[in-house]
Design a protein around this ligand. Structure first.
Ligand code: ADP
Ligand code: MG
Length: 226
């Protein structure tokens, strides 16, 4: 299997009034294609920061982020944006679906932004939503869906352009345990079926136990857990 994502010696600090917060201090992290990794660490340790840097949503202060073989630190913003659109899917704790659009349209939009014809985007959207158990919810708007359904639509949207890497920041953080379980199961199936690499920040140890690997953040470094 090939490397999907590699973080190398990532440093990130925030200037806070008088002092400086050293959040990431030489973090190294490799995720292979088809691998799911749980990122389990206390609040405030830098999980979101790490995911944002891996997703090219935020710049590191030092170090390199590789998507596959491609290094990204020195690239112009337009090129980083292009890579973000093609190689990376992001899922947040709150779904951020567009309320005026149906589930299907929410999954079609990123594909159409990338230049796909409407008909193809619809076909892929239906396939993905069906796969995530939402085949009967295509025309529902987000407000007409349950929390778990909304999150599954958000996952479908995140993978609509067949990214190499899926990054999810506490995607089940505001769901009840049963629903969270359902969403995780859907995510796992997607990883198995597509060779996607997934990194999922979560506080749920039961769910983390089902992923291929578990890592934590310790003193600004990524540390492998058993
Ligand atoms: P986690 O997701 O693990 O809860 P975060 O990555 O959100 O942690 O944040 C790590 C630390 O960095 C926190 O102490 C947070 O307050 C701080 N932090 C995050 N973003 C910023 C920012 N833009 N400016 C200053 N401090 C920040
Ligand atoms: Mg966070």
């Amino acid at each position: 299997m090939a490397v999907a994502l590699r973080l190398e010696s990532i440093e990130r600090r925030y200037v806070q009034g008088e002092g400086t917060l050293e959040i990431l201090r030489g973090a190294d992290f490799v995720v292979m294609e088809g691998q799911s990794v749980a990122l389990v660490a206390p609040s405030g340790t830098g999980k979101s920061t790490l995911l944002h840097i891996a997703g090219l949503l935020e710049h590191q202060d030092a170090g390199e982020v590789y998507l596959g073989e491609q290094g990204t630190a020195g690239l112009p913003d337009a090129e980083r944006t292009r890579i973000r659109r093609t190689d990376i899917g992001f899922v947040y704790q709150f779904h951020h679906l567009l309320p005026e659009f149906s589930a299907l349209e929410n999954v079609m939009l990123p594909q159409m932004i990338r230049g796909l014809a409407k008909r193809e985007a619809a076909a892929r959207g239906k396939e993905l939503l069906g796969y995530l158990g939402l085949g009967k919810r295509l025309e529902h708007r987000p407000g007409e869906l349950s929390g778990g359904e909304q999150q599954r639509v958000a996952i479908a949207r995140a993978v609509a352009n067949a990214p190499r890497v899926l990054l999810a920041d506490e995607p089940t953080g505001n769901l009840d345990p049963h629903t969270a379980d359902h969403v995780f199961h859907a995510l796992q199936q997607l990883v198995e079926a597509t060779g996607l690499a997934a990194v999922i920040a979560t506080h749920n140890l039961d769910l983390a136990a089902r992923m291929h690997r578990r890592v934590t953040l310790q003193d600004g470094a990524v540390v492998e857990l058993a």
